[in-house]
Design a protein around this ligand. Structure first.
Ligand SMILES: [Zn+2]
Length: 688
């Protein structure tokens, strides 16, 4: 036992030494760009210029799979605001799409910058006509266009669009971006818009200290310690107790910015951590490359975000993070404590306007305690329960009252002893560094557990895993080493958990059992609800791609989409369309066999006609075809003129019968109005 202890101490020293040296090469390339001067006053504010504005989203806000690339300008909860071109230039890109930015235009300016306007209700007449013509030519609604500089020139202050709520937007607002020539998003507030004011300092809500390997401890334990700092009289923060720590520690932060004009929590754009007065980590979110914005998933604590939706940022650079928004010391911002001294930590967070909050606290070095055999002997009986978890490269085995000085791990029958790391109350914790070997079986005293780690998958390109009925091509999708766990059960498959992020697609070839191998049978991601992924059958094996780990299920969808007419007359055709399982893939509407453009709002399942020539009237045979993702087709056919006549007859009949009850009907419509008003107020607070 003493030998094991000496061994682990030696390994601890080796690890700490190597940890400080092998990372130094990376520190250089992490230097963020020096603060560049952006042209102030060149761009005009795109909504109600000259009036005080407020934001529901800030640049760099931590969003799902991306850093928010622009600002979200509030429009009082309503659509219909005029959107102005921020400067002269030309419309260089237009997109009409279901999710994302919805209806969006990009204007490229002579100084090389491009401004982006998203979630638009519609474009101005000239742009709208240009887009409709192309949509009619290609017979598609979802379109991406790249007009040439002479097609759609615009002048500064020209009304280019009307603000809306299209795409993945949770309430009316304008999403506004400024991009440079290299396709980096730049914080728009760096361009000096007087419309936005903020003199309030950010709030530091929570700090987490986390052990980053098997030899580290915070307050004597392996894992996370989460602390809400105390607000001091001067508006800053501290942590009154001294935190004890040893080894390699990660500092994580939940901080947000406020402003006097908005109830929304916006992101902070600068963070600086100092240890004993020396900067160890600095974040500057002034500029964001689009292609690797997804690396936000290793910038934040993904595990916490997936568990409870709170996005907490790491103040150190995690493995696989390619972002260049940091400056760090040789430890990549990780705090390394080897001594028994008290170290002063200060964390400063800032918003774009330089409003800052500082948090101070102390960490005292604290070598892990030895566990004595006599101490163990005194304990009561081991309950037999073993719980395991893997964080980074550490396997933690937690037991109640286990007395064994070591747990026995096995991989393919080869045993490995892991000595007891520490005891806390009645808990005995054994920690194993998976870099030294993986395990598929654990034994503590006379209890055992199957761990199911199948293979160690390294974060290099082209890693592949194979077992009967399952093959996984990891391509270049891993941020970090994956301790692969798989479970196959009939039409269900799990690959690790949703708490591990991927930076790209992996390809899975799977032979499920007990399912029909039909083209209508496909793979769904079933971790949080049900999401259609698709897949291609090759015999009884289905191949699919996924950007998320977790649980998958094969489901057969034989039901066609639903179509319900809302309005059919000579001026407009309007329907609701929906699909219960695989989801809507596309829709096509024809009047007398001529294709009619239908606009689509997926959030409310509505489609409605958009004419190329406004003076045109609808008459004759209508046919609407709606297809779901597995090819189930729904067709709605009617003669428009007959439909109008029937509707007129129905209205006449209901009018007659409802004459007596008209008084009570009035009351109903009144209460409906007030309830819709209430719900629009609610949606004001939502955002994307
Ligand atoms: Zn936005």
């Amino acid at each position: 036992m003493i030998i094991t202890r000496i061994l682990s101490t030696l390994l601890l020293i080796t690890y700490l030494v190597s940890d400080t040296s092998f990372n130094s090469a990376f520190a250089q390339r992490r230097k963020a760009d020096p603060n560049k001067e952006y042209p102030k006053g060149y761009f005009m504010f795109p909504i109600q210029p000259g009036q005080q504005a407020s934001l529901s989203g800030g640049f760099g806000d931590l969003r799902t799979n991306h850093f928010h690339a622009g600002i979200d300008i509030r429009t009082g909860g309503v659509e219909g605001y005029q959107v102005y071109a921020a400067a002269e230039g030309y419309v260089s890109k237009i997109r009409v799409m279901r999710g994302g930015y919805g209806n969006v235009i990009y204007i490229t300016h002579p100084n090389g910058y491009t401004t982006v306007y998203g979630h638009l209700k519609h474009f101005n007449t000239r742009i709208e006509q240009y887009v409709r013509q192309k949509e009619y030519n290609q017979q598609v609604w979802d379109i991406e266009l790249s007009p040439s500089p002479k097609d759609l020139p615009v002048s500064k202050g020209e009304i280019v669009a009307i603000g809306g709520n299209t795409g993945a937007s949770g309430g009316p607002h304008l999403h506004f971006e400024i991009r440079d020539e290299a396709e980096n998003a730049i914080n728009p507030l760096k361009f000096g818009f007087g419309e936005i004011q903020d003199s309030q300092a950010p709030v530091i809500e929570r700090v987490i200290l986390k052990t980053l390997n098997a030899y580290s401890r915070v307050n004597g334990e392996f894992g996370r310690v989460s602390i809400a700092p105390t607000r001091t009289a001067d508006g800053n923060y501290n942590i009154p107790t001294v935190i004890k720590a040893h080894g390699v520690i990660g500092l994580e932060l939940n901080a947000y910015d406020r402003s006097q004009t908005s109830p929304f929590r916006l992101g902070v754009t600068e963070v600086e951590v100092k240890i004993d007065g020396n900067t160890s980590y600095k974040l500057n979110l002034e500029k964001m490359p689009f292609d690797i914005s997804k690396d936000i998933n290793v910038h934040i604590d993904y595990d916490i975000a997936e568990s409870n939706g709170v996005r907490i940022q790491k103040c150190y650079i995690a493995d696989g993070n390619r972002l260049s928004i940091y400056e760090t010391d040789q430890n990549q911002g990780k705090i390394v404590i080897k001594d028994q001294e008290i170290h002063q930590v200060s964390v400063e967070v800032k918003d774009t306007y330089g409003n800052a909050s500082i948090m101070n606290f102390s960490i005292q070095g604290d070598q892990p305690n030895e566990v004595f055999a006599e101490e163990l002997a005194e304990e009561s009986n081991f309950s037999g329960n073993i719980s395991t978890s893997i964080t980074e490269n550490t396997l933690a085995i937690r037991t109640k009252n286990a007395k064994a000085p070591a747990a026995i791990l096995q991989y393919k029958g080869i045993p490995m002893a892991v000595s007891l790391a520490y005891r806390r109350n009645t808990e005995s914790v054994y920690l194993h560094d998976l870099n030294k070997g993986i395990a598929d079986f654990i034994q503590v005293e006379n209890s055992s557990e199957r761990l199911n780690i199948k293979q160690e998958i390294l974060p290099q390109k082209g890693q592949y895993y194979s077992e009967s009925n399952l093959n996984i091509d990891f391509a270049d999708a891993l941020y970090d080493t994956l301790y692969l766990k798989t479970a196959l059960n009939g039409n269900r498959l799990s690959i690790n958990t949703e708490k591990i992020p991927l930076k790209d697609f992996i390809t899975v070839s799977w032979t499920p059992s007990g399912v029909a191998t039909s083209p209508k049978t496909s793979v769904y991601y079933v971790n949080d609800g049900r999401k259609y992924l698709g897949g291609t059958w090759l015999g009884n094996q289905i191949q699919f791609k996924t950007k998320e780990l977790g649980d998958f299920q094969v489901i057969t969808d034989t039901e066609a989409p639903n179509i319900r007419p809302v309005r059919i007359d000579s001026t407009e055709l309007r329907f609701t369309i929906s699909d219960g399982l695989s989801g809507i893939k596309n829709f096509n509407c024809y009047v007398n066999k001529r294709w009619v453009l239908m606009d689509y709002e997926y959030k409310s399942n509505r489609i409605w006609s958009i004419k190329l020539d406004e003076s045109e009237t609808f008459s004759g045979d209508l046919k609407l075809e709606v297809t779901d993702n597995v090819g189930n087709l729904a067709v709605y056919e009617v003669n428009i003129d007959e439909y109008i006549a029937t509707q007129r007859a129905v209205r006449k009949a209901t009018k007659k019968s409802s004459k007596k009850t008209s008084k009570s009907k009035k009351n109903v419509s009144k209460s409906r109005k007030s309830s819709s008003k209430h719900s629009s107020k609610k949606s004001k607070r939502k955002r994307r």
